[in-house]
Design a protein around this ligand. Sequence first.
Ligand SMILES: Cc1ncc(COP(=O)(O)O)c(C=O)c1O
Length: 439
Amino acid sequence: MFPDPQSRSAHLYQRARKVLPDGVSRSTVLVRPHPIYVAEGEGAWITDVDGHRLLDCNNNFTAILLGHANPVINDAVTAQLAAGSAFSLATEAEIELAETLCDRVPSFDRVRFCNSGTEAVMGAIKAARAFTGRPMIAKVEGSYHGTYDHAETSLGPGTDEWGDADSPASVPYAAGAPASVAAETAILPYNNPSAARSIIDRCAGDLAAVLIDTLPSRVGFPQPDPAFLDAVVSTAESVGALVILDEVITFRLGIAGNQGRLAMNPDLTALAKIIGGGFPVGAVAGRAEVMGVFESPDGDTRPAVPSGGTFSANSVTMVAGQACLTQLTDASFARLADLGVRARHGLERVFVDAGVKWQVTGEGSLFRIHPHQRTVLSYRDAAHSPSEATRMAHLQHQLINRGVWYSGYGMGCLSLAMDEADIDHLVGAVADSLAEVGG
Ligand SMILES: Cc1ncc(COP(=O)(O)O)c(C=O)c1O
């Protein structure tokens, strides 16, 4: 049973706390009172160091699409390992992966690889600033885009910090962030077209770009209102600002990402997660004219936005990404979407049967359970009260004890290694857990 002070996980955590702040290397894996330590994963399932098997409904925060230890990716990586992992030379593998991406997505003329979604978002913002000569960005309240200072502004403001619903306050996230960061970041309420228009208009000549995610996880996976997306894109264009689409997660929704499904044509896109096939990756992709800021005018002069990165486009990541993407077809995304529908419908049925006022949102292979029935349009609707946060943590514990690995804040994610029986296992585990958690 979790938590278990005698478990190997609990002992490893005691050891870890002596050398790692909080005992972990990313706060997102910290489950109280101790994290679960993984031994191995295969397909849809992982096994922890105490021998418990868990259906992986997190998939490394959505980065794993084909399941763990995918044999095709493993073969590609193993072959590459024998030939070396990283070099200070260009490789054909990076051309191949960039070609695959550009072939699939109409808005991609050029790709610049890096090592994470955080770096991709930062690179896109720098590119937009260099291209427009303007300092500011606008982003959505509560939306997660990694840990670059401007991009994490107003990620998790408390109710006392929210400010006006039509003009949210710009709230620094990490303590010590310079005041200038908040001043250079305008905050939009999601799904509010008139507020988006007036905030973007207000920034006008100072605004380099609007950074937007079409299915923001921390905002609760609300369906984007087409009028909102239209207001963002048209107002950005009217003030001469660029649109940066964050597809770090949503690229798992379709062969051309969510922009393909929504017929969007952003200036720049930030990518990461699935395009690395399970290895660290990021990329900025976009229109040739804008991507020109990464180019040296004559091969000698410094580009407008210099970008390096010791492990950017390393050979292992490039071949893994290519081996992942080339296994994905329209049919793969359709199958994932079917599994997602089965999960969301099953969960809705469970909430009704249990008589709890819970709900589930999401799209494709992504879902989020909410321990309330407020209509989720924006961050403020989805933000948990302290008692809701406690119930979600309780749900996570209960699910662990029923063989499901699931995030503590409610986000779930499916993989192509799952089948219908796995989805039914998840739904059944939530049903059983609710008896303990209550509603
Ligand atoms: C939408 C979005 N953007 C950016 C990031 C940052 O990506 P990374 O964790 O690779 O830095 C994440 C990470 O979860 C994300 O969900």
